[in-house]
Design a protein around this ligand. Structure first.
Ligand SMILES: Nc1ncnc2c1ncn2[C@@H]1O[C@H](COP(=O)(O)OP(=O)(O)O)[C@@H](O)[C@H]1O
Ligand SMILES: [Mg+2]
Length: 249
């Protein structure tokens, strides 16, 4: 489950070719780290996996099926900032996905369904290390806590694929180490495939099963629009990491 198959994908915005000829087979339960210079199309690629953008050419399959044309609950996402809603409490933020899919009409859950969802959300908040913060608003939480909350929010929907766009990039180094431990544990314990964009090579090698680099093969100013970025290296981590198999490193 949750294998991703990207075949000869191109993405153009108007005259600008952003990505060209991107092909990759991602095994289920992998943790892919995506690195590359600023502006080379990493976020664009992630948005295509999310279903927010469509490839100009080529296909993306999730478990052998074409991606639905809209973001859905099988794909969760965490951005560097603004993944959580400022006007909802921590508990409200974790619940919001369930509320919106649980009842399309009222946006509310009732009775036993709500009780179960609240219990699950509370457990998830504890699981990401935020117990006691259930009634706080994002502005009352530190950056690291907000990103923990964003992870809890995404994970409550049990996504098959978790997409992370530089989620820890704005955090202080000490906090980052802690949240890396959390991220690792969540990946081991949750049946999901992770694709994470990062600027930080150490982070890539700490967390991933495979590190993918995007780069433009031709990067002179006059070539910038005519040539997109593509996968220029694909490095499996050694010794191999396996989801659910916790090693010492
Ligand atoms: N919605 C859009 N419309 C037009 N151009 C875009 C859009 N989104 C991204 N781009 C362009 O695509 C290129 C890649 O952007 P992005 O995917 O954000 O790069 P990265 O995440 O690697 O820094 C940039 O030149 C950016 O200006
Ligand atoms: Mg980006």
């Amino acid at each position: 489950m949750s294998a991703i198959s990207v075949d000869n994908v191109w993405k153009e915005y108007g005259d600008q070719i952003v990505l060209e000829n991107v092909s990759i087979e991602v095994e289920s339960r992998s943790f892919i780290a995506l690195v590359g210079p600023s502006g080379c199309g990493k976020s664009t690629f992630l948005r295509m996996l999310l279903g927010q953008e469509r490839p100009t050419r080529g296909t993306i399959l999730l478990d052998g099926q074409p991606l639905p044309s809209e973001p859905g609950r099988d794909r969760g996402v965490v951005f560097q900032k603004y993944s959580v809603f400022p006007h909802l409490t921590a508990l409200g933020n974790v619940l919001v996905g369930k509320e919106l899919t649980g009842s399309r009409i009222t946006g509310k859950l009732f009775g036993a369904a709500r009780k179960a969802a609240v219990e699950e959300a509370r457990a998830m908040i504890v699981d990401v290390g935020l117990s006691g913060a259930e009634q706080k608003y994002p502005a009352q939480l530190s950056g690291g806590m907000q990103q923990r909350l964003a992870l809890a929010q995404a994970l409550l929907m049990r996504p098959k694929v978790l997409l992370l766009d530089e989620p820890f990039g704005a955090l202080d180094p000490g906090i980052r180490t802690e949240i890396h431990q959390l991220m690792k544990r969540l990946w081991h314990e949750t049946p999901m495939t992770v694709v994470m964009v990062t600027h930080d090579m150490r982070e890539a090698f700490t967390l991933a099963t495979r590190v993918i680099a995007f780069e433009r093969r031709r990067d002179r100013p006059e070539e910038k629009l005519r040539y997109g970025a593509t996968i220029t290296s694909d490095i499996p981590i050694w010794p191999p990491r396996r989801a659910g198999v916790v090693a010492t490193s």
